[in-house]
Structures are given as structure tokens and as C-alpha cells.
Design a protein around this ligand. Structure first.
Ligand code: DLL
Length: 448
């Protein structure tokens, strides 16, 4: 039931070297670099020929796709940001006319217009391949039943996971998010081996099952393909204990493709970024300068095979570290060492930088607390203040809330170095997620 990285292909030798575990995953860095350079030239040529805004940027930077000599030459090109997508809303950065598109997705965004992305049928096919590779590398095998609770629709999670599972040869139960009682009933009846969901929704499902007296350990679930939001190691342990599966981290973003940009293998020692299709850089978010492997920075991604929406040096705003040391599963691709959070979600509390996932790591599993929380940011004078609203574990008497809060305050201070207020609330007070959880409520006055 617990697949490991090393034994994966021993169980399925036909897949090694095939579409599910292609040679490209284990090339030497030189071979991989040569493949990436070829594909980068083609990507730049595509953008040059079909996206006037990208061509203008290349011209201004003096970058001629044909004359590209090394991957490092790309660094002369300015970054692409979400603002560029907004400026050219909805289709202005597309490299293909509408008649050549097969699908549009969009992410809602917290303010203003959504970010719109497009795919040719070739793009959809490569996306399905990469999600299939992600699932395979995580231990999913052809024939496994996949219960897909990612939201279907404009969000890339539902259809992305669906097409990938289908490509892998898995039957899919296309549940989408919500209707938790029904999801649980069907999981108990159908016995899926794989659950696809955001980690926060997986936890919400576990809770609803427990409240109904249903034991999800008996469902037969073995692997969770979880992503779309940051989640801590403590949250992983909590979900695994409550559902009885192996929780795997899968990363992606719609601007680049959707789920399946990177995924953990059975070793769970970083997420393999599919470098035959993407170029990964890590930069200092303040200066834009590259940071060495192993050091935290913002992930920047260039697509190497996208037709409809080639993305050049896209600033993801995700803060992470990478290593290019080979993994014990044999893959030589870059490993992304979990995404700590988005730079937009970083809080600065009296000069200390804090991500919500760091606070989560302190709260989840702490005695007396349930893993349901929200962080509320307020401003007093010129100082930002952090208030942590977290639920008590069911059954804990209210008379103990004060003492539990004091313990949490102490550990947040000693482990993260910030002073927070903590309010322990009764069970059920924090809204449950059906997709991406809302972890931060920012009540600070808006800057104008
Ligand atoms: O969330 C795609 C996806 C769907 C990934 C299902 C994995 C599973 P967007 O809605 O565009 O796309 O949001 C992308 O979500 O920039 C990260 O900030 C965050 N994110 C995605 N996966 C992870 C992860 C999808 N595994 C944004 N860990 C990204 C941490 C993640 N953050």
C-alpha cells in the first residue's frame, strides 16, 4: 500500500523508458540542457512570430531566438508577470488564433479580471502526459480508480487531474469539490485507490466522515494527489493519519499549465519539476538576481513546449528552494523542495517575515487544537498585528481555551519568532474549504 520511489518500476518494468517514465526524466544534466536549448529556441521563435508583445520585449533586449547560444542567454529577457497577463486580457499573449485553440481556463484572482490561459489540442495532450507522469511517479498505476475532488470548470485542477488520470489508464470518478457526504458515501462504495483534492478539502472530507461515524481507512484509499495550495509537513501527517493514505505533493499553476508542473515521487524528497517541458529558475524576489540552488527565492518558469501560450520567465510568486542533485528514485530532474507559500501571502510582523504555512506547522498536531485555522491581519498605528483564530479539538472544555491559547502563543514566538494573538474557538467556527482554503483575512486598510 505504501509505494516507494525505488521499487516503483520494479513493479511495472514495462513503464520504465515509456510514456509514463520516459528517458527524459533521467538524462545527464548536459543532455537535458541540450534538449532544453532546442526547445527554448522553438518557444522563443513561436513567441516572436505570433505574440507582438513578446517580440517587442525580445527586440528591446536584443535577443534573437535564432542566435540563442545558451540557456543563460534567456536571462537578458525581462520577466513576465501576472500584470502582463492582465494588460493583455483576455487573449493578447496567445500565440494561436481562437480557431486553433481547444480549451480556455481561467483563475479567479482576488482582485479584478481573471487570468486567462489557452491550450491547443497539442498542449492539452502534453498536459495530460505530464499529469500522468506525475501520478505515475507518485505511485498511481494504470487501472487504479481515481476519485477526483478537484473543482471542475475554469480551475485547472479538475479537468487537469481528470485528463492525466485518463492518460495514465485510470478510470476516474469526476466528483469535483463539495457535497462531502456524497463524496464519502461513494468512496466507501467504490473503493478508489487514489484521491485527488486540495489538502484542506481532504481534511474537510476526513472530518465529515468522522462526524458520520465513517472510517475512511476502510475505503481502500492508498494515495492522495494533493496540491493547489501550500500545506505543511504537520498537515500531511494529520491527513495521512485521519484517512490512511500516502499523501503526495503536486504543484502547478494555470499560467504555466495547471497541475502536474512538478510532483513528488515515492521518496517524497522534493517535487520533480518536469524540466523537459519547463525551465526553472529561482531568483531573489527583490533584485531579480538568480540565487544558488538550495537557497530560498521566487520560482520563475519558462515553458518549453507550449503552443498557445508560451510563457517566458514567468514570476510565479511562489517561494521555494531547489536542488539538482539526483533523487534516489533515479530521476535527475530538478527537485523543488516544497513551496513555502506565495510572496503575496508573506506577512511582516514587527520585521519578521512569516508565511501562513509556518504558523500552520506550529498549530497542527498541537495538543488541544484542531487543524482548522485562519490568520487575521490588522494594523495598529504603523505596526501589523497577527491574530490566529484556531479551533479547539472537539471535546475540549471551554475552560481550557485560555491555557491552550497561551501554549500556542508561546510556541509561535519560540519557533517562528513573532508575537501573535491567539483566539481558540469552538469546533466548527472556522469555514471549511471545498477547494483552496482561505488562510489569511487581511483587514489592514488598503493602500492607495
Ligand atoms: O492550483 C493548479 C493545481 C491544481 C496544482 C491541482 C496542483 C493541484 P492555480 O489555481 O493557478 O493552479 O494556482 C496556482 O497555487 O502559484 C501556488 O501558489 C499554489 N500551489 C499550487 N500547487 C501547490 C503546492 C493550481 N503543491 C498557485 N504547494 C501556485 C503549494 C501550491 N502551493
Amino acid at each position: 500500500m505504501q509505494p516507494t520511489g525505488q521499487s516503483m518500476d520494479a513493479a511495472d518494468p514495462a513503464a520504465a523508458g515509456g510514456m509514463l517514465h520516459p528517458r527524459e526524466e533521467s538524462l545527464s544534466r548536459d543532455e537535458l540542457g541540450a534538449l532544453q536549448l532546442d526547445r527554448l529556441r522553438a518557444t522563443l521563435a513561436n513567441a516572436w512570430a505570433h505574440v507582438p508583445a513578446q517580440r517587442a520585449k525580445m527586440q528591446a533586449a536584443g535577443l534573437d531566438p535564432q542566435a540563442l547560444r545558451s540557456l543563460d542567454d534567456l536571462r537578458t529577457l525581462p520577466f513576465t508577470t501576472k500584470a502582463d497577463l492582465r494588460e493583455h486580457y483576455p487573449f493578447g499573449l496567445f500565440a494561436r488564433p481562437q480557431a486553433q485553440l481547444a480549451r480556455i481556463h481561467a483563475s479567479s484572482g482576488t482582485t479584478g479580471k481573471p487570468t486567462v490561459v489557452g491550450y491547443t489540442s497539442g498542449d492539452l495532450s502534453r498536459w495530460a502526459d505530464l499529469v500522468a507522469r506525475s501520478m505515475y511517479c507518485a505511485g498511481v498505476r494504470p487501472g487504479d480508480l481515481v476519485h477526483n475532488a478537484y473543482g471542475y470548470g475554469l480551475f485547472t485542477g479538475g479537468l487537469g487531474a481528470h485528463d492525466g488520470a485518463t492518460r495514465l489508464g485510470c478510470p476516474v470518478v469526476p466528483m469535483s469539490g463539495g457535497g462531502s457526504e456524497r463524496q464519502i458515501a461513494l468512496m466507501m462504495d467504490f473503493h478508489p485507490r487514489v484521491l485527488c483534492a486540495t489538502p484542506s478539502y481532504a481534511l474537510a472530507l476526513a472530518e465529515v466522515a468522522e462526524n458520520q461515524g465513517v472510517d475512511l481507512h476502510a475505503s481502500g484509499l492508498a494515495i492522495g494527489m494533493f496540491g493547489a495550495e501550500p500545506w505543511s509537513a504537520a498537515m500531511r501527517a494529520e491527513i495521512e493519519a485521519r484517512i490512511g493514505l500516502r499523501a503526495v505533493d503536486m504543484y502547478g499553476l494555470s499560467e504555466i499549465m495547471g497541475p502536474g508542473v512538478a510532483c513528488e515521487c515515492g521518496c517524497r524528497d522534493g517535487l520533480h519539476g518536469w524540466e523537459d517541458h519547463f525551465l526553472f529558475e529561482v531568483i531573489d524576489p527583490d533584485t531579480g538576481a538568480p540565487v544558488p540552488d538550495g537557497q530560498a527565492g521566487e520560482l520563475v518558469i519558462t515553458t518549453l513546449t507550449k503552443e498557445a501560450l508560451p510563457m517566458l520567465r514567468y514570476r510565479t510568486r511562489d517561494i521555494t528552494r531547489v536542488t539538482r542533485a539526483p533523487c534516489s528514485c533515479g530521476r535527475t530532474l530538478v527537485r523543488i523542495l516544497r513551496v513555502a507559500g506565495r510572496s503575496d501571502d508573506m506577512m511582516i510582523i514587527r520585521g519578521v517575515n512569516v508565511y501562513p504555512s509556518q504558523v500552520e506547522a506550529v498549530l497542527v498536531g498541537r495538543s488541544g487544537l484542531a487543524p482548522h485555522y485562519q490568520l487575521v491581519l490588522t494594523r495598529q498605528g504603523s505596526l501589523d498585528r497577527l491574530r490566529v483564530e484556531v479551533e479547539a479539538e472537539p471535546g475540549v472544555p471551554e475552560s481550557r481555551f485560555g491555557e491552550i491559547a497561551a501554549d500556542a502563543i508561546h510556541h509561535i514566538k519560540s519557533l517562528i519568532g513573532v508575537t501573535a494573538e491567539v483566539a481558540v474557538l469552538s469546533p466548527g467556527s472556522v469555514p471549511r474549504s471545498q477547494g483552496k482554503a482561505v488562510r489569511v483575512r487581511d483587514l489592514r486598510p488598503k493602500e492607495v
